[in-house]
Design a protein around this ligand. Structure first.
Ligand code: A3P
Length: 305
């Protein structure tokens, strides 16, 4: 099956989720060739849910002994988080490449938008860890709509909000339906909490420090009392904050995902911006979809700042 794409003429249903032909090719190659190691860490999201942020935070935590937050050479000051934690589908296995990942230093950090069910089998069967970040669908939708309009080819007209909204509610969005994406990882995190850490963008915004501690504990590298006393957790939160990353030269120029400019990855970084865009009837429609699809799964969202 195919449907109208947000940024391309068509988007295709592949293994139960929507994506573009180039992505399908890369995902097939990833499924065929990637071999997970127990020490690997996989950062999974649906687009526009805080991927850039979780990549920066995890990189900073895992590399804090090599690069202190005050270091002038901290890689986050000179590289976009997507270059430090590459996507399987946009980078490593894109364009028919089969990368040799065997010499990457441990622990290897990777990013992906692929739903849980379609992850390479060894990711599921090994002891490698998965961190999933989820964002409330109202903000995720608005963020996606802005992004698509920013990165669309000049030859395409702007994508109307109503049209994007109707597709989103039907589940037709890259790597969607969003509810299936979230529920796949949610279910796994409830059954195997040592395997999948499930976090929400809104909660991370509200209390970044306790989420950093949670992340470090999950990753098996908890902050020591000395590190806490030195203020390291707050320093990492600051280094990776929207305000800090947005103003770095490397994030104002350069292209780290496809041929999209990095600056579009940093828009507003807020919770609740959807109130400026959605009409009452849209809010009702999407609320209904969320209620119906998430049902009694236990997954709930904070949608206001
Ligand atoms: P908005 O469009 O609502 O501003 P992704 O990284 O998954 O592509 O998601 C992009 C969203 O995360 C954008 O949301 C972007 O502004 C926001 N974002 C980017 N970096 C961030 C950071 N360091 N902290 C919080 N939010 C961030």
């Amino acid at each position: 099956p195919k449907e109208k794409g947000w940024r391309t003429p068509f988007i295709y249903l592949f293994q139960g989720f929507w994506c573009q032909p180039k992505e399908i090719q890369a995902i097939i190659s990833f499924q065929k060739h990637f071999q997970a190691r127990d020490s690997d860490v996989i950062l999974a999201t649906i687009p526009k849910s805080g991927t850039t942020w979780i990549k920066a935070l995890t990189f900073a935590i895992m590399n804090r002994k090599r690069f202190t937050t005050s270091s002038k050479n901290h890689p986050l000051l000179t590289s976009n988080p997507h270059d430090l934690v590459p996507f399987f589908e946009y980078k490593l296995y894109a364009n028919n490449q089969i990368p040799d990942l065997s010499n990457l230093p441990k622990p290897r950090l990777f990013g992906t938008h692929v739903p849980f069910a379609s992850l390479q089998e060894s990711i599921k069967s090994s002891s490698c860890r998965i961190i999933y970040v989820c964002r409330n669908p109202f903000d995720t939708f608005i963020s996606s709509w802005h992004y698509i309009n920013k990165v669309r080819p000049e030859s395409l007209p702007p994508f109307p909000l109503e049209e994007a909204f109707n597709l989103y509610c039907k589940g037709v969005v890259g790597f969607g339906p969003f509810w299936e994406h979230m529920l796949g990882y949610w279910k796994e995190s409830t059954e195997r909490p040592e395997k999948v850490l499930f976090m929400k963008y809104e909660d991370m915004k509200e209390d970044t420090v306790s989420h950093l501690k949670m992340l470090a504990n999950f990753l098996g590298v908890p902050f020591s009392i000395e590190e806490e006393e030195e203020g390291m957790i707050k320093d990492i939160a600051k280094l990776c904050s929207f305000e800090n990353l947005k103003d770095l030269e490397v994030n104002k120029c350069g292209k780290s995902i496809k041929n999209f400019e990095n600056k579009h990855l940093f828009r507003k970084g807020a919770v609740g911006d959807w109130v400026n865009y959605l009409s009452p009837s849209m809010v009702e429609q999407l609320s209904k979809v969320i209620e119906e699809k998430l049902g009694d799964s236990g997954l709930k969202f904070n949608v206001f700042s």
